[in-house]
Design a protein around this ligand. Structure first.
Ligand SMILES: CC(C)(COP(=O)(O)OP(=O)(O)OC[C@H]1O[C@@H](n2cnc3c(N)ncnc32)[C@H](O)[C@@H]1OP(=O)(O)O)[C@@H](O)C(=O)NCCC(=O)NCCS
Length: 154
């Protein structure tokens, strides 16, 4: 499944906001997404049915959000978006990729485990903060996961 690098100057931020709202209880609107994408090292990959937003800086990268439309899940899009973000993080010099995931989010936990992420921390009550995008129906604690990235040579 192919995904594209998001270009904030030509691609539709409102569509990303709609995808985010369909997956998370505290959605990020197009203004919030534009701010995140404007930060140095930020990038996104997108597809009609999903997107991933990440940031690479100082030798580390972080997945800020990942969303696949409910009706499009289970067809490999989440994996394709994560693989693209992993590759881009390597290209930007990151040696580790981090993310926070709800401790009771089986789909995301299974996806990340299959990609090789391992637990490195627990944040109790992380999703009590309304700024943390909690997936719909998810519990309050978050796990911090890390994927070591081998150096990528051009
Ligand atoms: C998590 C999410 C992005 C997965 O997207 P997806 O396109 O359905 O995932 P894929 O089809 O690429 O599945 C990849 C792997 O994830 C796992 N997986 C996906 N959905 C699953 C489910 N419902 N139950 C168990 N495992 C699941 C499987 O291991 C699968 O690999 P396999 O097909 O080889 O068995 C999607 O469910 C989603 O948007 N959820 C709401 C938002 C969210 O939770 N984002 C992550 C926050 S950290």
């Amino acid at each position: 499944m192919s995904v594209d690098l998001f270009d904030p100057t030509t691609d539709d931020l409102s569509h990303l906001a709609a995808l985010h709202a369909a997956s998370f209880e505290s959605p990020w609107d197009h203004v919030a997404l534009a701010d995140l994408l404007a930060a140095p090292g930020s990038f996104a990959f997108h597809h009609r049915d999903g997107f991933v937003l990440a940031r690479a800086a100082g030798g580390e990268a972080e997945i800020l959000t990942l969303a696949v439309a409910p009706e499009a899940r289970g067809r490999g899009l989440g994996r394709a978006l994560m693989i693209a973000a992993t590759s881009r993080s390597q290209e930007l010099g990151a040696r580790d990729l981090f993310l926070e995931v709800g401790a009771a989010n089986p789909a995301a936990l299974a996806l990340y485990a299959r990609l090789g992420f391992a637990k490195v921390g627990l944040r109790k009550g992380y999703y009590d903060d309304p700024r943390a995008p909690r997936a719909r129906g998810e519990a309050r604690d978050a796990l911090v996961l890390r994927l070591p990235l081998p150096a990528k040579f051009a």
